[in-house]
Design a protein around this ligand. Structure first.
Ligand SMILES: [Zn+2]
Ligand SMILES: [Zn+2]
Length: 253
């Protein structure tokens, strides 16, 4: 299975990173729809696909603003049908606010499909998708996706706590995508803003032992020195191949 990293930062873009968007071409599935979503154009021109299922973790702009880019994507690629899946309050916020004519001029032709309840499971295309709650202002969902004999989890905006309920659900994955926004010296701020910090993400990886892990939602203000320091720590974790996500990275897992 292949995953394309279109946007690997959170909050706002940086010179090298756009905000959250990850594409699974074999499943015609997108995880979140941040500014990185525009990179779908090039991908679909090389590998056409007619439909797309987008899983929204929540409605914060760094995860949804790219939904407005889909008008262009649909105009110049094979893409005909878009289904946006998420919690009902988040879908309503997107419809009422992001696509309010005062903010964006064109009404979307997408289908909005709500994921009922705090947690649950349903078939979406060829995938079995499980959703579960995360600790983040306004609430956020994590996802486990099972398809073609592989199991991956997408855990974006959340406070990282090894004792959190979701951690018990993500053992032994083929791939874990987990947010890692802050360094340890900003742990208090991470908790206040609903985000993760390096050492606790390390604990989660060591506890759940995925085959591979990709750290995502990297702070756009993190300089190269900080990223290298983080990399030095996480690549020492035993039993898991850990990488820091970068825009343009294509991972086979
Ligand atoms: Zn975010
Ligand atoms: Zn958020």
């Amino acid at each position: 299975m292949r995953i394309h990293c279109f946007g690997t930062t959170g909050y706002h873009p940086s010179p090298n990173r756009h905000t959250a968007a990850y594409y699974l071409p074999e499943l015609s599935m997108m995880l979140d729809a941040g500014t990185g979503l525009f990179r779908l154009i090039e991908c679909l021109q090389q590998e056409p696909n007619q439909s797309l299922d987008i899983l929204l973790s929540h409605a914060h702009l760094d995860h949804t603003v790219g939904l407005t880019f889909l008008i262009d994507v649909m105009a110049v690629t094979s893409l005909k049908k878009v289904r946006v899946h998420g919690a009902i309050d988040k879908l309503n916020a997107v419809r009422d606010h992001l696509f309010n004519p005062l903010l964006f001029p064109v009404e979307p032709s997408f289908e909005f499909i709500s994921l009922e309840g705090e947690s649950g499971c349903k078939q979406i295309g060829d995938s079995q998708v499980h959703w579960f709650p995360l600790e983040h202002p306004g609430g956020s969902l994590g996802f486990i996706i099972e398809a073609a004999g592989k199991r991956l989890a997408y855990v974006s905006d959340t406070v990282s706590r090894v004792e959190a309920e979701y951690v018990s659900m993500i053992h032994g994955l083929d791939l874990l995508l987990h947010e890692c926004y802050f360094a340890d010296d900003q742990m208090e701020f991470a908790i206040r803003t609903g985000h993760s910090w390096t050492s606790e993400v390390e604990n989660i990886i060591q506890t759940t032992k995925p085959r591979r892990a990709l750290l995502i939602h990297i702070n756009p203000l993190a300089n190269q020195e900080l990223i290298e320091r983080m990399l030095l720590r996480v690549t020492k974790l035993s039993g898991t191949h850990v990488q820091i996500a970068e825009d343009g990275l294509i991972l086979n897992f």
